[in-house]
Ligand binder design. Structure first.
Ligand SMILES: *Cc1c(COP(=O)(O)O)cnc(C)c1O
Length: 396
């Protein structure tokens, strides 16, 4: 549990819905004096998070690859970001400036990177809050330069190359080259730190040594034109990590931006079949409270029409079953089939906005009203649950 020194001005880093343990007592910063539910709850194990960071950073540094720590997967929970900062990443990154602002307000000193290409409407905050950003638009680069001049800062940029996944990045080689030369020679308040790419996000395109060599070719084309070496060649995210782990990553790729593997380590285990036994998959635990336990039919009684979200449900008739209702719903986790009960004898039947319906006939435990049930999560449900103001966060 996190013990927060009383000398902090707690209101400075208040995160909506977060419960803080202060000198042994439970304090909800946002609603002092008001009663709030304790469940549903996300438990974040800071020690396991640190293990996961260290495991990945050391494997990458052995191969000359620096890691940028990405915090968007857990909505930038400040206690978690603090662990990232203590672990000594070159940069701490998010797609959302609100999370970077939250970390700064919490008092975390680090170099921050914005990894979603900036909106023109957020340029002032990009310069004020971050040291470096990923970019793909000339107009945005010019606006960043103008604002950096105004704030008296030098802002670093990484130009993104789209290598076929068709999300962000320059597509035309000439536009990439011209933009790099423009940043180097004309935009005095920007520093061209390097280039990068992203794969396996929209187009499901695989990160391969060929794609990495493609990126290195672009980097060397730019280096030739500007007459110096680029500091950063950033080869992508979690899906590029297998090349580092199996030694096939081309040598000049010297940075990856990693979130999922550190937070969860499921992609490389489930999608790539890699042995990730040195990583904890249970950094995050979801706990929800049982609000009803009854024996009920498994098949609905009456004429079947539509469920809460306008869908036709499918129901299997297994006769009368012991069932539990939990105080959590799609509003909190979006996908009830993407949370995984730790009690292997229970089965999630479905959810509406605020209720989760579970078959506990074959449960390991004899559940009663008021008990809580624990779940493992996937990347999507960690993101949704940590974003829900109704889900409390408890760090231990
Ligand atoms: C989210 C994101 C990452 C991190 O991706 P993971 O798959 O979570 O490791 C890296 N770079 C960019 C541009 C991203 O948007």
């Amino acid at each position: 549990m996190i013990d927060i020194n009383n000398s902090y001005d707690l209101s400075n880093f208040a995160v909506p819905g977060v419960l803080y343990f202060v000198k042994g007592g439970l304090l909800n910063i946002m609603e002092k004096g008001k009663t709030r539910n304790t469940y549903p709850l996300i438990e974040l194990d800071l020690g396991k998070l640190r293990n996961n960071i260290d495991q990945i950073v050391s494997r990458c540094s052995d191969r000359g690859v620096s890691v940028t720590g990405v915090i968007k997967g857990f909505t930038g929970i400040p206690e978690g970001v603090k662990v990232f900062a203590d672990a000594g990443f070159d940069y701490i990154a998010s797609s959302r400036l609100e999370q970077i602002q939250g970390a700064i307000d919490y008092g975390i000193k680090a170099d921050y990177m914005l990894i979603r290409v900036p909106m023109l409407s957020e340029i002032e905050s990009v310069i004020r809050l971050t040291d470096i950003s990923l970019n793909s638009e000339v107009e945005v680069l010019k606006a960043l330069n103008k604002e950096a001049l105004k704030q008296g800062k030098t802002h670093k940029v990484i130009l993104m190359a789209d290598l076929g996944d068709l999300r962000e990045g320059f597509w035309e080689k000439k536009e990439l080259l011209d933009s790099a030369i423009m940043v180097e020679n004309e935009l005095d308040a920007l520093y061209l730190a390097g280039i990068g790419t992203n794969l396996g996000c929209f187009g499901s395109v695989k990160a391969t040594p060929e794609k990495m060599n493609n990126l290195i070719d672009y980097a060397e084309m730019i280096e030739k034109a500007i007459g110096r070496k680029l500091e950063i060649i950033s080869g992508g995210a979690t899906k590029s990590l297998p090349m580092v782990l199996d030694g096939t990553m081309p040598a000049r790729i010297n940075n990856l931006r990693i979130g999922e593997t550190i937070v969860l380590a499921r992609d490389l285990k489930d999608l790539f079949g890699l042995d990730m036994s040195y990583m904890f998959q249970d950094v995050f635990t979801l706990k929800a409270e049982i609000i009803e336990v009854k024996n009920k039919p498994s098949y609905p009684v009456g004429e079947i029409a539509y469920d809460a979200f306008g869908n036709h449900g499918t129901y299997e008739d297994l006769g009368i079953r012991k069932k539990a209702l939990l105080g959590i719903g799609k509003v909190d986790i979006a996908y009830p089939d993407m949370i995984y009960p730790r009690d292997k004898g229970v089965k999630i039947l479905g959810a509406s906005s605020d209720h989760l319906i579970i078959d506990i006939e074959e449960a390991d435990r004899d559940y009663k009203v008021g008990d809580n049930m624990e779940f493992d999560l996937c990347y999507a449900t960690i993101v949704f649950a940590t974003n829900s103001p109704n889900v409390k966060i408890l760090c231990k």
